[in-house]
Write a protein that binds this ligand. Structure first.
Ligand code: IPD
Ligand code: CA
Ligand code: CA
Length: 265
C-alpha cells in the first residue's frame, strides 16, 4: 500500500543520516531535563521524514516529536513521527535506536513502520493485513508461563523526580519472569514483542510518537495492548502494557502488586 511504501522510504532515508551520524554528534542539547537529549541528527532526521511524507500526502496532518503538531489541515489522517527513538543510545554510540512512523486515521493507527538502521530491520504493519519484518510475517510468542517470559521496560526521563513505582515494578517483574531488559528504544521494544522476541513490555509516560507504529505492529502480530489495569488503551495513554496476550493478565496482576513493595535505599 502506498502509505507504507512512503513511510518505508522516509524511514530508510532518515536511517542513512542517523547511521552516518554515529560517533560524530557535535551538538547535544537538553530538553526539559539533562537526561532528555536532542541532537542535530534528531532534527535532520525529522526534516527528511516530513519532507518525504508530505511530498506524497501534502494534505495530511503531522505530529512529530521535535517540531510538534501541525494539525492545521484538519485532515482525518495524521502522521505520527519519532525521528530517532533511542537518542541517548545514539549519542553514546550504542546501536539500539530506530525511526518510528505511524499513520493515524480517526481513532485508528492504520499503518506503521519501525526501522532499525543498524540491523537493516524494517518492521511494517497495515491495519488488518498483518505485521512484517523485512517482509516476513510476524507473530507474537506463545509463552504462557511468566517464569519463562523475557520482558522489557523503559524508564521516563523524569524517573528521578517522579518515580511513579517504576523501580518497584522493575523489581517485581524481574523476580517473577525469566528476565527483564531495558533497551532504550520503545519502538524497538514494541517491534520485538510483535516479533515474538519479547513476551511482554510495559512503560509509563510514553508519547504518541513512541507508541503509534509499535502499537499497530503488536496488534497485527496477534498481541494485546492495554493500560496497567488491563483496560483498552490508545496511543495517547500514559501507561502501556503490550504482550503476547497469554501472559497479559499475569502482568496486570504483578504491576498492581508492585505498588505495595517498599524499597529501602
Ligand atoms: C525514549 C525511548 C526510551 C524510553 C523513553 C523515550 P527518545 O525516546 O523510547 O526507550 O524509555 O521514555 O522517551 O527520547 O529516545 O525518542
Ligand atoms: Ca521516543
Ligand atoms: Ca526521539
Amino acid at each position: 500500500m502506498k502509505f507504507v511504501e512512503t513511510a518505508e522510504k522516509a524511514a530508510r532515508e532518515a536511517g542513512k543520516v542517523i547511521l552516518a551520524g554515529i560517533g560524530k554528534v557535535k551538538d547535544v542539547s537538553f530538553k526539559t531535563l539533562p537526561s532528555n537529549l536532542v541532537t542535530e541528527v534528531d532534527k535532520k532526521s525529522e526534516e527528511i521524514i516530513i519532507d518525504i511524507l508530505l511530498k506524497d500526502f501534502p494534505d495530511f496532518d503531522v505530529l512529530a516529536e521535535e517540531s510538534g503538531s501541525s494539525s492545521t489541515k484538519n485532515s482525518e489522517f495524521m502522521w505520527v513521527i519519532d525521528p530517532l527513538d533511542g537518542t541517548t543510545n545514539f549519542t553514546h554510540s550504542l546501536p539500539i535506536f530506530s525511526v518510528s512512523i505511524g499513520l493515524v486515521k480517526g481513532n485508528d493507527v492504520i499503518a506503521g513502520v519501525v526501522y532499525d538502521p543498524t540491523r537493516d530491520h524494517l518492521f511494517h504493519a497495515e491495519l488488518g493485513k498483518g505485521a512484517y519484518l523485512n517482509n516476513k510475517k510476524l507473530h507474537v510468542s506463545k509463552v504462557k508461563d511468566i517464569k519463562k517470559a523475557l520482558l522489557v521496560t523503559g524508564f521516563p526521563y523524569n524517573v528521578e523526580q517522579n518515580p511513579d513505582h517504576c523501580f518497584e515494578r522493575f523489581i517485581k517483574m524481574t523476580s517473577e519472569s525469566r528476565a527483564v531488559r531495558r533497551l532504550g528504544s520503545a519502538a524497538i521494544d514494541f517491534a520485538y514483542v510483535a516479533a515474538g522476541i519479547f513476551d511482554g513490555f510495559w512503560e509509563v509516560k510514553l508519547n504518541p510518537w513512541d507508541i503509534a507504529a509499535g502499537y499497530l505492529l503488536v496488534k497485527e502480530a496477534g498481541g494485546k495492548i492495554t493500560n496497567f489495569a488491563g483496560e483498552e488503551s490508545d496511543i495517547y495513554n500514559k501507561q502501556v502494557l503490550a504482550s503476547n496476550g497469554f501472559i497479559h493478565n499475569k502482568m496486570v496482576e504483578l504491576l498492581a502488586e508492585a505498588e505495595h513493595i517498599k524499597i529501602t535505599l
